[in-house]
Ligand binder design. Structure first.
Ligand code: HBI
Ligand code: FE
Length: 302
C-alpha cells in the first residue's frame, strides 16, 4: 500500500501532522487528545467495508504474520463489525495492562508518548472510504486496530511499547525524536521477526496492507537484514512506497533489551554520522537476503 508522497524522507509522522490537512475532527478532543468513539455513529456500509478489509487481511495472516497476530485474531474475533474500543480494552487490560483510547488521528509526539508510557494505545476512530481501500494518506481505525492491537497481547512487546513511550519523552528532551521514530518505523510499523527460521511480519504498516503483507516476505526486491538499533536509527525510510529494506528480530525481547540501554551514546554517534539510504547494505550488516532492488528500478522506469 503506497502512502503519502513526500519529497524528503524525514519521519512521516512529523510531515503527516504538518504538511496536509488532518482528517479527523479534533474540535472535541480533550487536552490529551482523546475523544469518545461513539460506536453507534458507524454506518452499515462502514461495517461492511470493515468486514471486507478484515477478511482480506485475515486470510493472509496464517502464512505471513507472527504467531501472536494469529493468536490474537482468534481470541478477539472482530471480523463482523468495527470494534468497540472499550470492549476490547477489557480483554487487553487483563492480558497486558494496556487499554485503547480513541483519538481523531495523528496526535503530537508528546501526547502520543505520554499515552504509551501509561499503557494507553491511541486508536484513530474513523474508517477509510471504499475508494481508499488500498491507498491511505493517514492511518485509520483499520490500520491502528488490525495492525497494532494484536501485538499488544504479547507481554514482551507490550512492555517494549510502554518503554518506547518513556524513551520517546526522553528523546524529545534530547531533540532526538527523529532517530527514535526511525526505530518505531522499522519495527512497530514495518518490522519482521524470524519464527522457526521463517520470516514473519509483525509491523502494523505491513499487517494492514494487502499488497505489502506478501511483498515484505516473498518478494526478492527488498533487503532483509537482522535488526540492530543503531543501524535503524541511522537509516532513512520511505513513506510513499514499499520499504526497500526490512529489519528482522529474533524475538520481541530484542526490542526491549535494545531500548532499555542508555540511548544517549547511540544518539551522539548517529547524529554525527551521515544517514544511510533506505536500500543501503553495510559491511557489518547480518544480511538474510540481499534484495535485487527490482521493485524500485521498475518504479523509477515508470
Ligand atoms: N499519533 N495517533 C497517532 N499514532 C501514531 O502512530 C503516532 C502519533 N503521533 C506521533 C507518532 N506516531 C510518531 O511521531 C512517534 O512514534 C515518533
Ligand atoms: Fe501505525
Amino acid at each position: 500500500m503506497s502512502r503519502m508522497e513526500k519529497k524528503s524522507s524525514e519521519p512521516s509522522f512529523t510531515v503527516a501532522t504538518t504538511s496536509h490537512e488532518l482528517r479527523g475532527d479534533y474540535s472535541k478532543a480533550a487536552a490529551d487528545y482523546t475523544i469518545q468513539q461513539d460506536w453507534s455513529q458507524y454506518t452499515e456500509s462502514e461495517h461492511a467495508l470493515w468486514r471486507k478489509l478484515y477478511q482480506r487481511q485475515a486470510a493472509l495472516m496464517p502464512q505471513y504474520a507472527a504467531k501472536v497476530v494469529q493468536d490474537s485474531l482468534d481470541e478477539l474475533d472482530f471480523s463482523q463489525a468495527i470494534p468497540n474500543l472499550d470492549k476490547v480494552s477489557q480483554k487487553l487490560q487483563a492480558a497486558t495492562g494496556w487499554r485503547l483510547v480513541a483519538v481523531p488521528g495523528f496526535i503530537p509526539d508528546t501526547a502520543f508518548f505520554a499515552h504509551l508510557a501509561e499503557r494507553r494505545f491511541p486508536v484513530t476512530i474513523w474508517l477509510r472510504k471504499p475508494e481508499e481501500i488500498d491507498y491511505l494518506v493517514e492511518p485509520d481505525i483499520f490500520h491502528d486496530f488490525f495492525g497494532h492491537v494484536p501485538l499488544l497481547f504479547d507481554p514482551v512487546f507490550a512492555d517494549f511499547l510502554q518503554l518506547y513511550g518513556v524513551k520517546g519523552a526522553e528523546a524529545e528532551r534530547l531533540g532526538m525524536t527523529q532517530y527514535l521514530a526511525r526505530m518505531y518505523w522499522y519495527t512497530v510499523e514495518f518490522g519482521l521477526i524470524r519464527e522457526n527460521g521463517k520470516m514473519k511480519a509483525f509491523g502494523a504498516g505491513i499487517l494492514s496492507s494487502f499488497t505489502e503483507t506478501a511483498f515484505c516476505v516473498d518478494d526478492p526486491s527488498p533487503n532483509r537484514i537482522a535488526f540492530d538499533l543503531e543501524r535503524v536509527m541511522n537509516t532513512l525510510y520511505r513513506i510513499d512506497d514499499f520499504q526497500e529494506t526490512y529489519f528482522a528480530l529474533e524475538s520481541f525481547a530484542d526490542l526491549f533489551t535494545a531500548l532499555k540501554q542508555d540511548l544517549r551514546p547511540i544518539y551522539d554517534r548517529v547524529k554525527a554520522l551521515p544517514d544511510h539510504a533506505p536500500d543501503d547494505v553495510l559491511g557489518r550488516d547480518c544480511v538474510y537476503w540481499r534484495g535485487t532492488g527490482a521493485w524500485k528500478k521498475r518504479k523509477q522506469a515508470g
